[in-house]
Design a protein around this ligand. Structure first.
Ligand SMILES: [Cu+2]
Length: 158
């Protein structure tokens, strides 16, 4: 792994940067024709930032990107301590779920326990109920590669 990482690291990063620059240049060139179409070229390693999801009466809704991007519609959620049912609507054709992990290790899973997970769904909704104490949690999709691609966010309980 280490030798592959050393050889592949810089070589693997350069094309991604080049693609990003090309995409950005294309966005500038087509700016007047494709307004709003360029946001999706932002880094895939970061979760999408939308309006934070807020728990109400024990229910929290965190939806999957409806166009099939590997992201939820927000990367932030808040809840009060206690039982919370998290529902994910996924209207895309890409199967996703939503899982809740203690702590925050970003785009990688890390060692902290996964407290619960919904079933995978496409074209509908799935939910998971967990009991949460005050603290920081991560919500993420368990489909291989999705969290690494940015399908995760931070749930703050207080
Ligand atoms: Cu997913």
């Amino acid at each position: 792994m280490t030798s592959a990482t050393i050889r592949g690291g810089p070589a693997g990063l350069l094309p991604a940067t080049a693609r990003g620059n090309a995409a950005a240049a294309l966005c500038v060139a087509l700016g007047t024709l494709a307004i709003g179409g360029c946001g999706s070229f932002s880094s895939k390693a970061e979760p999408s930032a939308g309006k934070p999801a807020v728990e109400k009466a024990g229910k929290l809704e965190i939806d999957a990107n409806p166009e099939g991007q590997l992201a939820y519609t927000t990367n932030k959620a808040t809840a009060t301590p206690g039982r919370v049912t998290i529902t994910m609507k996924n209207m895309s054709g890409v199967p996703h779920n939503i899982a809740i992990q203690q702590g925050s290790s970003g785009a990688t899973q890390g060692p902290t326990p996964v407290l619960g997970a919904s079933k995978f769904v496409t074209g509908g909704s799935a939910s998971v109920t967990v009991s949460l104490k005050p603290g920081t949690y991560t919500f993420f999709c368990q489909a291989p590669g999705h969290r690494a691609a940015g399908m995760w966010g931070t749930l703050t309980v207080k």
